[in-house]
Write a protein that binds this ligand. Structure first.
Ligand SMILES: C[S@@+](CC[C@H](N)C(=O)[O-])C[C@H]1O[C@@H](n2cnc3c(N)ncnc32)[C@H](O)[C@@H]1O
Length: 217
């Protein structure tokens, strides 16, 4: 069957639907359970990141808001205008209009000089970015980070590219596909791996990890 890369699944005008696609119900947990439990679990790792911080694939601003609570200034990057709007609203609801936060797309990220950021996080994002685009995204994260900056990665072991395909009856179905890309190899071109733990299975299904990378000098 012919699949087409189709990230439209992340274009969710309603915040509730955005959250539901960001943290799907799994491991016996609702989206709301996962939102609070996983954010609390990640809080000390986010606290350890220096600012200014990049939140790659910031979604509805869950981790940006937490990073700002820990005193960092944050730039969230997300290609979905809906997600960027949710992120701004979510951050502003907690930290006000003057919160040190911007939500931008990859084109705007090019305006930042090399090495501007002191840390980055990408949580449940890189598994969704296909082929050539993944190489470009990783190279751009590496460009934006100062040498020896930490990069916190939470990801699934399996690839999950958002795709759509036409059924025999002409209807379009959305799903997730494995593009066979080796993310680990790509990352090791730019980063040292400094720490790795499986994500606790009371928070999500098995097959996910939390890693700390460091930008090579
Ligand atoms: C599962 S959500 C995770 C959101 C957020 N990191 C969190 O954990 O709450 C995946 C996010 O990645 C974004 N995304 C998809 N493709 C991307 C790309 N090429 N670059 C950056 N973000 C991307 C989606 O729009 C979506 O907001």
């Amino acid at each position: 069957m012919e699949f087409t890369y189709d990230p439209a699944v992340f274009d969710q005008p309603q915040e509730e639907n955005a959250r539901a696609i960001i943290l799907t119900e799994e491991a016996g947990l609702t989206t709301d359970d996962r939102w609070s439990l996983e954010t609390d679990y990640l809080a000390p790792f986010l606290d350890a990141l220096p600012g200014p911080a990049l939140d790659i694939g910031c979604g509805a601003g869950r981790l940006s808001r937490e990073l700002i609570r820990h005193g960092k200034s944050v730039v969230g990057i997300d290609p979905s205008p809906d997600m960027r709007r949710h992120a701004r609203n979510y951050v502003e609801a907690a930290h006000g209009e003057r919160a040190p936060f911007m939500a931008i797309d990859w084109a705007m990220a090019k305006n930042y000089e090399a090495g501007f950021f002191r840390s980055a996080v990408a949580c449940w994002v890189l598994q969704h970015i296909p082929g050539q685009q993944l190489e470009e995204v990783i190279a751009e994260i590496a460009r934006l980070l100062a040498p020896m900056s930490p990069f916190l990665l939470v990801n699934r072991t399996n690839r999950a590219i958002p795709v759509s395909y036409k059924n025999a009856d002409g209807h379009t179905t959305h799903g997730w596909a494995d593009d066979g890309r080796n993310l680990d190899r790509l990352l090791l071109g730019w980063f040292f791996l400094s720490d790795e733990e499986p994500m606790p299975t009371h928070l999500c299904e098995e097959g996910a990890y939390r890693r700390l990378y460091v930008r090579k000098p």
